[in-house]
Design a protein around this ligand. Structure first.
Ligand SMILES: [Fe+2]
Ligand SMILES: [Fe+2]
Length: 446
């Protein structure tokens, strides 16, 4: 009930008192009723409020005590694991009042059977619970205990001392106590439910993290298996995965998308597992027939990856289209720019960058400056310009010391990184670079 409404009602009752003294008795009980309902409404607000649980229970206890003129009391929350009431709020029970009160099976059974009704402590002494804590309850001058039974479950208990007037509890008081007890009980039950949900969510999160780790480990093991087949390009898939990761992060993708890009890189050449080792390891430029055989690997990779449910970006499509070019001169489908899945464009650059910067049987690795020039020259033809810029930016950040993690140095080797003055070359390449438009790798446009 709203405060002003209550005040108005009280006022109207007082007027009645003056006009007709016979109504005084009725008015007093109405007064009390309205006051109590006000407290109940506040209790409801308190329970619905998102403030801390402890505070809610404390305020609730104070409202119960205040509205009925009770000197002292407490609220305990029931722990079904430890079989005890743990006191959440206490008022005037004394320093030595136990903060945890154990229950035996008989007590639990009786409280549940009693339901949400006040129990006279004096009369309940047949139960072990009241015998064990007899001294504490006497010292605290407790009179009533209300088991908070909500939906056939004991969730706590309210302990109440004597009334300030010294009068016994009326049936009316008991009804009020029950109504307020229900409110407090619901708050405790809600809290228990929330705690249970949080525990389950936590369990799920752990399970999910474990699965994610298992998936990542499996992907890396697979990448290593792919790379073992090709003795000249040892570590190729792993490096492409790492370059994809760097590029995706530079493009501003979120954590999951970056991980997805890495996976796409790790697995892009999985189709090579079915290509003859002789062709893959040919120490010469392969002929047209061998080349046609090798060029099947994107399609085969797609077939292998397709039945697997990948948690990230379109990993199978990245494998299928990682040899496509923006100008439509790639393979297997000769797709043009916007037809190529974005993730495949990222893998394409990472793949080419690794091919240029590692020794091949028929070709030595090329110096960094030359590689950058090549990438720039082919921007807009083979590579998406903003992806090239992302790679350059990632490298420049490392060379300039902006990032401490030396990923490129680990992947390319110190000598390679220091052979040329990479920083200024990258800087000038980037100064003429196009501005980056935000790209969502999951967008159907890409
Ligand atoms: Fe490939
Ligand atoms: Fe590759």
């Amino acid at each position: 009930m709203h405060w002003s409404t209550r005040t108005k009602l009280l006022k109207s009752l007082k007027i009645q008192d003056f006009r007709n003294p016979d109504l005084r008795q009725i008015s007093e009980s109405k007064h009390k009723l309205i006051h109590t309902f006000g407290a109940l409404a506040e209790l409801g607000n308190e329970v619905a409020n998102k403030s801390s649980f402890q505070e809610t229970i404390k305020t609730s206890l104070h409202l119960v005590l205040g509205s009925l003129g009770i000197m002292r009391g407490g609220v305990g929350r029931y722990s079904r694991f430890n079989h005890e009431f743990n006191m959440v709020a206490i008022r005037g029970l004394g320093e030595d009042f136990p903060l945890s009160l154990s229950l035996c099976y008989e007590d639990e059974r009786q409280f549940l059977a009693n339901g949400l009704e006040p129990m006279e402590i004096e009369q309940a002494k047949v139960l072990p619970f009241f015998q064990v804590y007899d001294n504490s309850f006497e010292r605290a001058k407790l009179e009533l205990m209300v088991p908070l039974v909500i939906r056939d479950e004991t969730v706590g208990a309210v302990f109440l001392g004597q009334k300030a007037t010294g009068e016994p509890y009326s049936s009316y008081d008991r009804e009020i106590i029950c109504a307020m007890g229900r409110h407090i009980g619901v708050a405790v039950a809600q809290r228990n439910l929330l705690a249970e949900l949080e525990r389950r969510a936590d369990e799920n999160r752990k399970l999910y993290d474990e699965m994610r780790t298992t998936y990542a480990d499996t992907v890396k093991a697979f990448a290593a298996a792919i790379d073992r087949k090709d003795k000249y390009t040892e570590g190729h898939s792993v490096r492409v995965g790492k370059y994809c990761e760097i590029i995706a992060a530079e493009l501003g993708w979120n954590v999951e998308e970056v991980e997805g890009a890495a996976v796409a890189g790790y697995l892009h050449d999985v189709g090579k597992l079915t290509v003859e080792r002789r062709i893959i390891n040919a120490p010469y430029r392969i002929n047209a027939k061998e080349s046609a055989e090798l060029n099947k690997h994107p399609g085969v990779g797609y077939e292998i990856l397709m039945p697997i449910h990948h948690p990230y970006t379109d990993v199978p499509l990245a494998a299928k289209y990682h040899h496509e070019r923006l100008d439509g001169r790639g393979y297997p489908d000769g797709l043009y720019d916007r037809e190529i899945p974005y993730i495949a464009k990222v893998v394409n650059l990472a793949d080419s960058f690794d091919a240029m910067t590692t020794d091949r049987p028929y070709k030595r690795r090329r110096p960094a400056g030359e590689v950058f020039e090549d990438l720039q020259r082919n921007s807009g033809k083979q590579f998406a310009p903003e992806i090239v810029s992302a790679l350059f930016r990632g490298m420049l950040r490392e060379v300039s010391g902006e990032v401490a993690d030396k990923k490129f140095r680990r992947l390319l080797g110190r000598e390679y990184m220091e052979a040329e003055n990479i920083g200024p070359i990258l800087q000038s390449a980037l100064s003429g670079a196009p501005t980056i438009t935000p790209i969502n790798p999951m967008s159907p446009d890409n």
